[in-house]
Ligand binder design. Structure first.
Ligand code: DC
Length: 234
């Protein structure tokens, strides 16, 4: 991947520590998170959910009452933020915000925050630092195109809007939010449009990404497909 560290052992022979990066991109609700988490577990890599990072900044801005689409205001806010990515969790200034970042309110505002140059600059740096230090399965919208263009393998995962809304509804129900499929379809289509037409780092497959349509696939089938691609069995 991007960074190769060379260390010298006592005997003088250099050993090369090269990190491996797997990029998983795709639209909301395509099953990326579940799949990427399972692939990371299987490979023993750190799973990095970059959407959670945008969500954490959105939560912080909402709590502080900062105007959500103002780049200058967010740029100031970022100076007061520390994000820590732990396996399966994200900490905002030390507080575990893994659950609150999934609220419908954060979901409604996050695409606006993710468009801002100051936010993208800040998270790009953080994401690259993570991938330079450990093996990662990094999941998002622009990982294969912008964050890690030299990732070892890239996947673009998608599914029909109807299927994605159905899956999102199930997810939300388990968190106690009952939202109709129709409403979710509309929200997902709006979010797709915002994410794929923004100026900076829009959602699009990298030219060398492996494209997987998961509409009629089980999670396990997608996981197996990715792991076998990574392990060179295909
Ligand atoms: O994956 P998710 O739905 O939790 O992502 C939340 C939002 O963050 C989504 O609207 C798009 C944005 N995002 C982004 O712009 N770039 C990324 N790498 C990851 C997420």
């Amino acid at each position: 991947m991007s960074k190769v560290e060379t260390t010298h052992q006592k005997g003088g022979r250099p050993t090369i520590n090269k990190t491996t990066a797997i990029a998983v991109d795709g639209p909301a609700g395509a099953g990326k998170s579940t799949v990427a988490r399972k692939v990371a577990e299987k490979l023993g890599f750190l799973y990095v959910d970059t959407g959670a990072m945008y969500r954490a900044l959105t939560l912080f801005a909402l709590r502080r009452g900062v105007p959500i689409n103002n780049d200058e205001a967010l740029s100031e806010l970022i100076k007061q933020v520390r994000l820590d990515v732990k396996p399966g969790r994200i900490l905002l200034n030390g507080e575990d915000v893994t659950v609150p970042i999934r609220s419908p309110e954060v979901s409604r505002h996050v695409s606006l925050v993710a468009r801002l140059p100051s936010v993208r600059r800040y998270l790009l740096k953080l994401q690259r630092e993570l991938a330079a230090n450990v093996n990662v399965v990094m999941e998002g919208r622009d990982i294969g195109t912008v964050v890690l263009p030299e990732a070892d393998k890239k996947f673009f995962i998608t599914a029909s809007v109807a299927e994605r809304a159905k899956r999102r509804r199930q997810d939300l129900l388990t968190q106690g939010h009952d939202i109709s499929v129709e409403k979710l379809e509309k929200e997902i289509a709006e979010r797709d449009l915002l994410d794929s037409t923004r100026d900076i780092a829009p959602l699009k497959p990298a030219s060398d990404a492996i494209f997987i349509d998961t509409t009629r696939m089980t999670i396990q089938e997608v996981v197996d497909r990715i792991v076998s691609e990574v392990q060179g069995n295909r």
